[in-house]
Design a protein around this ligand. Sequence first.
Ligand code: FAD
Ligand code: MG
Ligand code: MG
Ligand code: MG
Ligand code: MG
Length: 549
Amino acid sequence: SGSLVAYSDSQSETERVSLEQNQKEQKKKKVVVLGTGWAGTSFLKDIDVSSYDVQVVSPRNYFAFTPLLPSVTCGTVEARSIVEPVRNIIKKKNGEIQFFEAECLKIDAANNKVLCHSNLDQNLGGNGEFSLEYDYLVIAVGAQVNTFNTPGVRENCHFLKEVEDAQKIRASVIDSFEKAVLPGLSEEERKTCLHFVIVGGGPTGVEFAAELHDFIQEDLVTIYPMVKDLVRVTLIQSGDHILNMFDERISSFAEQKFQRDGIEVCTGCRVLGVSEKSLSVKVKSHGEVYSIPHGLVIWSTGVGTRPLVRDFIEQVGQGDRRALATNEWLRVKGSENVYALGDCATIDQRKIMEDILNIFKAADKDYSGTLTISEFQDVVDDILIRYPQVELYLKSKHLMDVTDLLRDPEGNERESVDIEGFKLALCQVDSQTKSLPATAQVAAQQGTYLSRCFNRRQQCQEHPEGPRRFSGSGQHRFRPFRYKHFGKFAPLGGEQAAAELPGDWVSMGHSTQWLWYSVYASKQVSWRTRVLVVSDWARRFIFGRDSSR
Ligand code: FAD
Ligand code: MG
Ligand code: MG
Ligand code: MG
Ligand code: MG
């Protein structure tokens, strides 16, 4: 049944429930999961295989711990240490999850099928293709790099998205040094070879720049002494500041640290194109265009939509969007049995003003046409669950309590409000609706949330009341997904990091780096990778990084 999110009317609901009971005796519901990244694996870890027949499709048979990818680019951590085989993750005691190493080419929602392609056997089905049927589909394919159609980027830049990308960067950095010391090069040519350019001043670009700087200063200059004064690292950022999604204190701390380190930061610059030997860059403020010779460019400017997802967005009639829109229960809008989570999806948060009349009616228990403070208080908890923007709004206005919303313009408490007064009190709230960032933290929490919903589906069909809700036509049995932010880090090199923690707490420096080490060690998916990562760090402290290709 599609009743995980019940926007359906109750009659077909009853039909479906009885239908399902018949079916359940015959066979378990088929769940197909696309992707084994943060969202996919966190869903798979907790899904109850005794109630579902689960199949997973992903072109890579491992999970990669992406936050440590920048460390792999310079050999601070080995690639093998940050990947965990999918088959280890899906191993279950009470059943089996099937994994297929293949890429999903197309989702056929009308027929509840996905078409997949495997590189491993070209004769499979005639052309390496096979299809899988599903009752529920979970799309967790993530996003892909975004070049913003800048010419030459695909051909001449490195990306930092996959494990292979990080390994290629590592080899290329070493190659640049080996090339720069070859005989017969002019000083200018050596300089060009050793000019490393990073495009994008977000967390990944900044962390990579810091890693690279450390690698060069701590390890490479001592073994390539003849070129040590020719190395340059440049970070190009189109906005006015690097790390502009962080607190201002952090972004200026980072800028100052980079300046001391000699990492050149060019803000307010747009890259127009990249060729094999140079980049053309436009300074936004005065429009002048420069050509900058480079030895290596890393392109790290945010993420875009995968073709598979773009195609599906069209299929479900969502028009021109960057990510699949879901409701707050992570079900794709315009489809009954497809869920999407992580970087390929975005939650379309319901507006409180769309439901304002229903909320008012539900709260006004005595049908008096006015709402008293105590009537309002009775529904406050439900409102806060259903519309997280209310809490953000209160915070932005420095209000302590939701009922403060109902005060009159002078700030005095009111006995009651009518519908017009109620609308007026809440009309600004929706402006605080925020979309969630494309992070591992969000993806992993969504995976865990969705598996919990799936596991509880059975139980909830037996007790369908659930908590009170105002919106939509049906009853919701599950609380909507609620993101819990645990803070974010920005490693800045030289054993320093910055962190922004909940409650507007900002911390920077060496102690924060230790916090970073402990958090990232604890976040490892298995004890095996935890031991590997920690011993890589120890090895690096003692012996430095490995500088062979
Ligand atoms: P992904 O983890 O990208 O997983 C997508 C999965 O789908 C992969 O297994 C992929 O192989 C598979 N797939 C792709 N196409 C198909 C297809 N056609 N069919 C089937 N399967 C497919 N976030 C943080 O919170 N903190 C950090 O410190 C941090 N650092 C980062 C550093 C780097 C270098 C990068 C690149 C990202 C970082 N992120 C960080 C972001 C984080 O990695 C993403 O937000 C997260 O991976 C999103 O999870 P996901 O499951 O949606 O996608
Ligand atoms: Mg995933
Ligand atoms: Mg991943
Ligand atoms: Mg998302
Ligand atoms: Mg009343």
